[in-house]
Design a binder for this molecule. Structure first.
Ligand code: SF4
Ligand code: SF4
Ligand code: SF4
Length: 234
């Protein structure tokens, strides 16, 4: 597959530079606290490399149309402050966050290589397991054929190695809470050798939605921050 090189604009450089300095300080302070890693967006490098590269610029949070990303807050731990935290059940693998990340914290891999975790079917909640009614919606929805119907009645994740955490079964399930998304088995990329800030290998493809002009980006950024701190409604 053809690869292309991307370079950073002056504005992007200043944004991530300023954010990166602040982030480096926070990460250094919190580095020894052993905080757990929250779920991360598609393409996120292994957690240590991700934290080192993420500039807390929140461009990925801004780009996420289904609001699957939020900036980490104090409750997520100091080292995660301002980093993107994913709600895997909402992510539609549109890859806009990956396209927009300027630092390589989100590796620009193609959608086919994304693996952010796997599901757990909660038998106490699932309509089929509780015998409330027959239901095989998750089985039919799974594009990876990771779910089978035990005794033709009960859905089970029989091929967990095929589940990439796409969340389609979660969104289609008519009974909320029947399918939980976990980061178990998530396959996060290692940083490629020679991975420099200004030379990012891009295999994710072109933007499907063009990024907004700077003035629009700045307005969106202020609004997102206000929403995050409860000063504006979503
Ligand atoms: S993952 Fe990338 S786009 Fe998102 S906050 Fe970190 S550096 Fe910015
Ligand atoms: S892939 Fe799309 S939906 Fe998923 S976190 Fe990134 S921007 Fe949001
Ligand atoms: S998350 Fe996606 S791949 Fe995994 S079982 Fe559900 S539909 Fe299949």
């Amino acid at each position: 597959m053809a690869c292309k090189r991307t370079s950073l604009s002056r504005r992007t450089f200043l944004q991530i530079g300023g954010a990166g300095i602040a982030a480096a300080g926070l990460t250094a302070i919190a580095a020894s606290t052993g905080e757990a890693a929250p779920p991360r967006p598609p393409g996120a490098l292994e957690e240590g490399a991700f934290l080192a590269r993420c500039a807390r610029c929140m461009r990925c949070v801004d780009a996420c149309i289904p609001l699957a990303l939020r900036p980490g807050g104090w409750l997520d731990g100091g080292r995660n402050l301002g980093t993107p935290v994913l709600d895997p059940a909402k992510c539609i693998f549109c890859m806009e966050c990956v396209r927009t990340c300027p630092t390589g914290a989100l590796e620009k891999i193609p959608k086919a290589e994304v693996d952010i975790g796997e599901i757990v079917i909660v038998q106490d909640v699932c309509l089929a397991w509780r015998k409330t009614r027959r239901c095989d919606i998750c089985f039919k929805a799974c594009p990876a054929k990771a779910i089978t119907m035990q005794d033709r009645r009960f859905p089970v994740l029989s091929k967990p190695e095929k589940c990439n955490g796409c969340g389609i079964c979660v969104r289609r399930c008519p009974e909320a809470g029947s399918i939980l998304m976990t980061d178990k088995g998530a396959n996060r990329p290692a940083p490629p050798p020679g991975h420099l800030l200004t030379h990012l290998e891009d295999r994710v493809g072109p933007y499907e939605i063009a990024p907004p002009p700077w003035s629009q980006w700045f307005q969106n950024r202020l609004l997102t921050l206000a929403q995050h701190f409860g000063l504006a409604s979503r």
